[in-house]
Unconditional design. Structure first.
Length: 508
């Protein structure tokens, strides 16, 4: 499976420009425009040639094979761009995991919008760092326009602000940091100090993304700071349970630093009842953070925007454009209702953003300093294709998930979990009579076997301690027939596993 023969090497166009040899010939400097265009064209041709041949989500090479492949590259002996690109094709592209392939249905990875890829080229060539005005000028304004545009979609009001981040994990961390400072000022009139940790709690459900618990730890809150609110059978936060937990905290003299609602959850795509949660949160003087890393695509959906009703009450919101807005990694933002709350991440340095500065410095609002101009990708996507197109694409995958769910429900070989609101389907191979314990062992084994074959990639997760398989759909090109093929691959593999087991299990 590891091809190093060179027989299927893509052919690159003949070199036009002069050979590159002097050290500074490797830099994009004055006089290098033609060389820049030539090298980038070669890289793009290489990717396009590979893309045309990709017919499975991954090669299925083992970890040991890949380790040998990477270790075999001599980093101290440069070979020139053409050979380096050919080598890259064999080492990386041949074995990469391709999210656009119809056999890929594992995690929250999307095929990417072409205008966004064009923007990547632009942003990386200019190499803008969106930290201070003097390093970014108009790029700061572009990012601010997009933050405003997104805040308006959410409905956060005129004082909202935010910043692009590296992902939902960072957005959640920053939101909880701001919530912590907000709580500290409320309780003590001053910034957070570690002594306060015992007096603060974060309320979330067991379905909440793990980055929330991680953020709480990074923020110095105790291990018990995240209190779990129960979910209903539909996987959504139960408002009655939230009310009870808030009441219990009040009795214990613990301040609810933040309530985290998810729209929707990573596994089941469940959207917590945002309006009810917001009302309870407000009544207890807590901060409402809505993690819409996955569900943010609904903001531009022509038919499903109502599923996010209530999100406009949030104090902070996480959106991952690199999930349901079809943007390349990384593209995420954290938004806050009151822009002034971002001052909690503002620190000044004389060499960068002095206190007396009168220009907008995005570094004042970010956990990062040097920061990619990721906003440009969304900008070019909106200008080239528009938000409605993105919303329609997300709608398509949500529709498709519903169709697959209905098919699986009628299939006697599978159990299927009640559908969420987004584009995941949780199912497991368990024909009538197959003992639960056997199914528990079988389903993860099927997933592993499929990964080793490399033709169909699904995910696994646990629900109430039992393993389930998960399809995550984010590719609108994937048809119901493609997904039938994925399900058939699971069935075939499961039956093979069963046949290899003890006779009493084979009878099913
Ligand atoms: C994916 C996800 C995150 C984490 O986002 P990253 O961009 O992977 O850091 C957070 N919350 C939810 C609900 C998610 O689905």
């Amino acid at each position: 499976m590891v091809h190093l023969s060179g027989t299927d090497r893509p052919t690159l166009p003949p070199r036009a420009a002069s050979a590159v040899d002097a050290p500074h010939d490797h830099l994009l400097v004055r006089g290098a425009a033609a060389e820049y265009a030539d090298q980038l064209t070669r890289a793009v041709a290489q990717v396009a040639a590979r893309f045309e041949r990709v017919d499975r989500p991954t090669s299925g090479a083992t970890q040991a094979e890949l380790e040998r492949l990477v270790a075999g590259v001599d980093l101290d002996r440069p070979v020139g761009l053409d050979d380096a690109l050919r080598e890259l094709d064999e080492v990386y592209l041949e074995h990469a995991v391709w999210f656009h392939d119809p056999g890929y249905a594992a995690h929250l990875n999307c095929p990417v919008a072409l205008p966004a890829l064009a923007a990547e080229v632009v942003a990386s060539a200019v190499n803008t760092s969106v930290d201070t005005w003097d390093q970014s000028t108009v790029a700061t304004l572009v990012e601010q326009r997009l933050v405003r545009w997104t805040a308006d979609l959410v409905g956060l009001g005129p004082d909202a602000d935010g910043v692009f981040t590296s992902g939902g994990t960072q957005s959640n961390l920053q939101a909880l940091l701001v919530a912590r400072e907000h709580a500290a000022h409320r309780l003590t009139g001053a910034a957070y100090e570690p002594e306060l940790a015992a007096q603060l709690a974060v309320l979330a459900t067991a379905e909440t993304h793990f980055s929330i618990v991680k953020a709480a730890r990074l923020l110095g809150l105790g291990s018990g700071a995240v209190r779990l609110v129960a979910t209903g059978a539909d996987g959504r936060m139960d408002p009655a349970s939230l009310s009870r937990e808030l009441g219990a905290l009040a009795r214990d003299g613990v301040h609810p630093m933040a309530v985290v609602a998810t729209a929707g959850t990573t596994d089941r795509g469940c959207i917590d009842p945002l309006a009810e949660v917001a009302a309870l949160t407000r009544a207890h003087g807590a901060w409402l953070h809505v993690d819409a890393a996955y569900g943010c695509g609904l903001l531009v959906s022509p038919t499903r925007r109502h599923l996010l009703d209530g999100i406009e009450h949030a104090d902070s919101v996480t959106v991952d454009f690199h999930k349901s807005f079809f943007q390349p990694v990384a593209s995420s933002a954290v938004l806050v209702r009151r822009g002034e709350d971002l001052r909690h991440v503002t620190f000044h340095a004389d060499y960068l953003n002095p206190r007396e500065a009168v220009v907008p410095n995005q570094v004042d609002k970010s956990l990062q300093t040097t920061r990619r101009f990721d906003a440009l990708k969304l900008w070019l996507t909106l200008r080239a294709s528009g938000a409605q197109a993105l919303g329609e694409l997300f709608d398509e995958v949500v529709d498709r998930a519903g169709e697959v769910h209905r098919r699986l429900r009628r299939d006697p070989d599978f159990e299927v979990l009640a559908p969420g609101s987004l584009s995941t389907v949780l199912f497991r191979f368990r024909p009538a009579g197959l003992p639960e314990a056997v199914a528990d062992e079988l389903n993860p084994a099927v997933r592993q076997a499929l990964l080793e074959e490399g033709r169909v990639l699904v995910a696994t997760t646990k629900v109430d301690g039992r393993p389930w398989l998960k399809l995550t759909l984010l590719n609108p090109q994937v048809t119901l027939a493609d997904l039938d093929a994925v399900v058939e691959a699971v069935r075939r593999s499961a039956r093979q596993h069963l046949a290899a087991r003890a006779p009493e299990a084979v009878a099913v």
